[in-house]
Design a protein around this ligand. Sequence first.
Ligand code: SF4
Length: 343
Amino acid sequence: MEIPSILPKKLLAWYDQGHRELPWRSNPTPYWVWVSEIMLQQTRVEAVKPYFARFMQELPTIKDLAEAEEDLLMKLWEGLGYYRRVRNLQAAAKEIMKEFGGEMPRSYPLIRSLPGIGEYTAGAIASIAFGLPRPAVDGNVLRVLSRVCEDERDILKQPIKNDMTRALLAIYPKDRAGDFTQSLMELGAMVCVPNGAPKCEECPLNDLCLAHLRGSTDIIPVKTAKKPRKVEKMTVFLLKHQDQWAVRKRGDEGLLAGLWEFPNQKGFLKEDEAKAQLKEWGIEASKLSFAGKKKHIFTHIEWQMQVCLADCEKAEKTPFLWVTEEQLSGEIALPTAFKKTIK
Ligand code: SF4
């Protein structure tokens, strides 16, 4: 794969004419670039903005992040999902405190070696925060460049990513590495868009983009069909006792590890099965009803949740923590999947 050497010049000229003002770019310290890129991995820019502002207000330095209580960390991440990301952020912050005196290392391999920092994020930090000529190849960049080069390989496979990284390294502008990384991101977000037709008529690369010139933008990028998600059915119990609600912590392994949840059981339980379950938990309910079904989608799994409401008369020695509504919305970091069951 070879990328036209004129591409950086064209893209930077277009970028200089105007681009989005993103809060995390107003002061692109390594910490800001790092946290924002991790947040943006699974979330839209607009949704990330308030999370980023709150995160930086509460934890303005790498040291603050390293020393943060887990509950605060989870609360700051509540609703973003993929909680492993924030755990890795803290693990990396601790390592930076221990090994690098509290400063993000200025070398790509050392940045890449930190927990939770993959090639893309390391490239973004190295180029945007330190001006090092390191590419950050994500889905946006893969889409743009596979079109520019009319490359029909599957962009979800590693070989094209490796080739693209190599080809980009050969043309990276040493004096404007950070801007070049951002101009590629900007083009992928605003012009060569992920959903819908690319806006080729306003694209600065339209005179060299082979997919545009040859009319193959509909079929490039090529992506193999993903495997269907595994469906897991469950019954989620909203248990109320004296104006308090039952929650418990999930196990340390697997999906949403270590986070709070409403008590739940596999499968859509029938009324007698639900009652038997309550009994097993040491609960006597005066009223029990089913309140519809909710769906939540993770990357590889889909949860279908039947909601069961119960007014509990007796709830002694249950394996739960009973919390008020204020605690539920203020202190307890409840994943979005379970929040949906309250609505
Ligand atoms: S010309 Fe069209 S297809 Fe090619 S990079 Fe630009 S927007 Fe994408």
